[in-house]
Design a protein. Structure first.
Lengths: 716, 152
């Protein structure tokens, strides 16, 4: 949290430049996933150097366990010239005093944490170093170029004199910051690019890290939400008496979409929320079930209307001329994020001001929604970002924060509002259920001459940023993510279409978003094409990527390290898949066995090119996490619908993979020197197809629907 | 008024006997390192030691615990945060978001107390906690590392 008083006391304060100032610096191009907003960049932060020499970065990125704060500290320490330990990273807040022109939102998403921030951080730290050196030059009466910087000090080697950053900070603050400071060449980086211990770990091993649910304020109440079971159902009537009869329950108050039961303890509030008698209004979809969802998706695969963002060549002609056409339909279910910490927020209202404590990925929307709920200016709202028990995109959804504000106002006391685990599963904002139909045209020699894909499902962007759809031609960039911009060349024709299907459950960004389903669809289908053409799956992909050295390098490294084509022990089989997402290229080789229909994934070899690396061990950790995340979804996960509501309410009905199922994950990083790519998400999409392609190798059975649970994996 | 022995200290808890131990620890005793994840003893985020036995505290009621039983939470696992499991966790950067890790560490510490050199199968059987970030590779490695340290 940024303390305004501390900010004013600080001696040297360096704003981290907005995109405009960075235009000449090498930076990753804005990806399509932030269309309409990201072009302006996200809110910038501040770097502060205090008179005691402490360096503090007020970053805009939440620490969700992805290690961003440590990586940010590494970049600052390197460019500034101080010890890693001297740098503290804390989350700033979106208050107007900290806004820079042309920037609009403060959020953590799209695997932006490093790739969007590294250039800004380097530039800000270089600017700080420049004025510190200038201040030292003035104080010592020597030319600036006779000075060097190391370990938080500016040194004049010739006279053996040194001044600390703390001693120089005040004088440096009076100097104008350079617009384009000279940055250190990559070859001089020492801290950035090597492993550094994560700063957030020690507290997390002692139970001392403060998450949203650990916030405690004087006089605060605990509240638990009671929300509709049928998606979108509105409150009809309720009887608070059974809730109020529970000891500890204080009051039942209305909140957006439902009610909150406030009590002196969380447990009393939970019991109260369950005891409450609530009637919900009927909806038109009170009888919707998963079969109905599936029927809608499959109908949309055949309907005439669709958006067509790729239409290269004449698909129909290529199809007609093909020696052979391979075709298949795939489908995946709704998925929950199921972060370990359920949705929660704590709000305190004092007069016309409010404070928020929340584990969030979107500080700006927290402030916006609380200001709107309380009818106060956003400038009157202070944001305290806590640690988050998992993000995965879920915490870009900030509904609980406004609900907490409503409850705090109604109760006249600070309140911590929590969703139960049941509501975490039942309230929508899922990875959309999705279907795809694909066709590949082959010539007589088995070469791919064209590819046609139609995806159908809910629009994530529509539920995430509906205002973008004021433009009736707006194409949801998630709806064919990693497809329209694929590096594959499919011969003479490539058509990609999306048919939007609006269904009652809201859909949301779920780790790797659209790429999560398209990895499974496209990479499994390419395996089918390879089989039809009687080709090795790796060979087929090499043909489709023959023009692209960078992609080939990733594919080949995964194949080499994963032992592709080398003998396996009896019963072991391999599958391979490749996908690019969020600016990073990822290929995975899965090694599996199936015993009596039971799948074991023994090992996953990951080849990864995210341009450059700040902390290799963090990249490895994210690959391990991505593989387990994707494996769990592939094997077990689905939110199914019955009578208009989710059937899953807890981890007994929504199974998550355990340690016994986790494969060995081996990560091999390529430092291609290309613009930085993301790390948190791109490891997810190739996993399911790599494993399912290995299942085909083992059994001859093609998996076209997920999850695997309940499917017969015995040999065909 | 129930009495609990938490981390070597006897504390009075003014809550109904059907209150899950988890919520007594969090909201009455005021120790927030123990986490709510599911409330049905599935995820293990609320794991504490009850007389040395790893126990999912959301599934134990206040009324069923006596003052004679020693409850240890993550805050009391070691006086200085240097239990071998905690040391190994820091050495390997095991946690990601960390929300499950109090329970994970308590389960791992109990496993080591029972089996100083656990096999991979022992780990699979004992460590049924859910980690949504997928830190399982490092949890396994951390347990083996701590075991080697204890043996060494």
């Amino acid at each position: 949290m940024l303390d305004r008083r501390a900010l004013l006391q600080s001696a040297l304060l360096v704003p981290l430049m907005a995109d405009a100032a960075l235009a000449q610096a090498p930076a990753a191009p804005p990806p399509p996933t932030i269309a309409g907003t990201g072009g302006n960049g996200t809110l910038s932060g501040f770097l502060r150097i205090a008179t005691d020499g402490r360096v503090t970065l007020f970053t805009t990125t939440s620490e969700l366990g992805q290690g961003t704060h440590t990586a940010h500290a590494q970049i600052i320490a390197d460019e500034l010239g101080c010890a890693l330990e001297a740098v503290t990273v804390t989350v700033g807040q979106p208050e107007p005093a900290l806004r820079l022109a042309g920037v609009n939102e403060m959020y953590t998403g799209a695997s932006f944490g490093i790739r969007q921030w590294a250039p800004r951080l380097r530039r800000g730290a270089a600017a700080a170093r420049t004025v510190l050196v200038q201040a030292a030059a003035q104080r010592l009466g020597v030319p600036a170029d006779s000075l060097s910087v190391a370990e938080g000090r500016v040194l004049h080697a010739a006279s053996n004199r040194a001044l600390t950053f703390g001693e120089l900070a005040e004088a440096a603050a009076r100097l104008p910051l350079p617009e384009m400071p000279a940055m250190k060449p990559a070859s001089e980086r020492r801290v950035s690019g090597s492993n550094a211990p994560r700063a957030d770990i020690p507290a997390k091993t002692r139970g001392a890290a403060t998450y949203g649910v650990d916030v405690r304020l004087p006089g605060m109440l605990f509240a638990v939400a009671r929300l509709p079971e049928v998606f979108g159902a509105e409150l009809d009537s309720f009887d608070p008496a059974p809730a109020l009869a529970i000891p500890g329950v204080v009051q039942v108050v209305p909140i957006p979409r439902g009610l909150a039961v406030a009590a002196t303890t969380t447990w009393a509030a939970m019991r109260g929320a369950e005891a409450l008698v609530v009637r919900w209004k009927a909806t038109p979809h009170d009888n919707l079930d998963s079969a109905g969802v599936s029927a809608r998706l499959r109908a949309a695969l055949e309907q005439p209307q669709a958006q067509r963002p790729r239409n290269d060549g004449d698909w129909e002609a290529v199809r007609a001329a093909a020696a052979r056409v391979v075709s298949a339909t795939y489908e995946v279910p709704y998925l929950a994020h199921a972060p370990m910490e359920t949705e929660n927020a704590t709000v305190r209202i004092t007069g016309d001001r409010a404070e928020i404590w929340a584990p969030t990925q979107h500080q700006d929307w927290c402030v916006r929604d609380v200001a709107a709920a309380l009818n106060i200016p956003p400038a009157n709202v202070t944001m305290h970002t806590t640690y988050a028990g998992g993000g995965f995109g879920r915490r870009l959804h900030v509904e609980v924060v406004a609900q907490a504000a409503h409850a705090a106002r109604a109760l006249g006391r600070p309140v911590q509002l929590i969703w139960s685990r049941a509501d975490e599963f039942a309230q929508g904002y899922y990875r959309p259920a999705f279907a795809a139909k694909m066709e590949a045209a082959l010539d007589a020699s088995g070469r791919v001459t064209g590819f046609n894909i139609r995806g159908a499902g809910g629009s994530v962007m529509y539920d995430y940023r509906p205002w973008l759809f004021r433009n009736p031609n707006f194409m949801d960039p998630f709806a064919l993510q990693s497809v329209t911009d694929t590096r594959y060349r499919f011969g003479q024709a490539f058509r990609a279409e999306y048919a939007r299907v609006d269904l009652p459950p809201k859909v949301w960004l779920w780790r790797s978003v659209g790429s999560s389903q398209y990895g499974f669809f496209v990479e499994s289908f390419l395996d089918e094409v390879a089989a039809a053409a009687n080709k090795d799956p790796l060979t087929l992909r090499r043909e489709l990527l023959a023009h692209d050295a960078r992609a080939l390098a990733v594919l080949n490294l995964a194949a080499e390290k994963g032992g592709w084509g080398t003998p396996l022990p009896p019963g072991r089989h391999r599958g391979i898949a490749y996908m690019e997402a969020y600016g990073s290229l990822c290929a995975e080789v899965a090694e599996i066995s199936i015993t009596r229909g039971e799948l074991t994934v023994h090992k996953v070899t990951v080849a990864y090119d995210c341009g450059d690396v700040i902390n290799p061990d963090t990249v490895a950790a994210q690959m391990q996490g991505s593989v387990v995340w994707a494996l769990s979804a592939m094997k077990h996960e689905a939110v199914t619908l019955k009578q208009g509501r989710a059937e899953q309410r807890n981890f007994d009905s929504y199974r998550i993979a355990r340690i016994s199922e986790a494969p060995v994950v081996e990560t091999h990083i390529i430092r291609s020197g290309q613009p930085l790519g993301g790390v948190g998400e791109p490891g997810v999409p190739p996993l399911a197809p790599a494993v399912c392609n290995a299942i085909f190798a083992a059994t001859g059975k093609r998996v076209r629907q997920l999850p695997l649970a309940g499917q017969d994996l015995t040999r065909a | 008024m129930a009495k609990l022995n938490v981390n070597g200290r006897v504390v009075e808890v003014n809550a109904s006997p059907d209150t899950p131990l988890l919520w007594a620890i969090r909201d009455h005793v005021g120790l927030t390192g123990t986490k709510y994840g599911c409330g049905i003893a599935q995820c293990g985020a609320c794991t504490v030691h009850l007389d040395g036995v790893p126990t999912r505290s959301c599934g134990v009621t206040l009324g069923s615990v006596t003052e004679a039983q020693k409850i240890v939470t993550i805050e009391g696992l070691s006086p200085d945060g240097n239990h071998p499991i905690q040391v190994a966790w820091r050495a390997l950067d095991v946690p990601q978001c960390g929300f499950c890790q109090s329970g994970m560490i308590m389960a791992a510490a109990a496993l080591l107390a029972e089996k100083p050199r656990p096999t991979d199968e022992d780990i699979d059987a004992a460590m049924t906690n859910i980690c949504r970030c997928g830190t399982y590779n490092r949890v396994r490695e951390g347990i083996h590392r701590a075991a080697r340290g204890l043996a060494g």
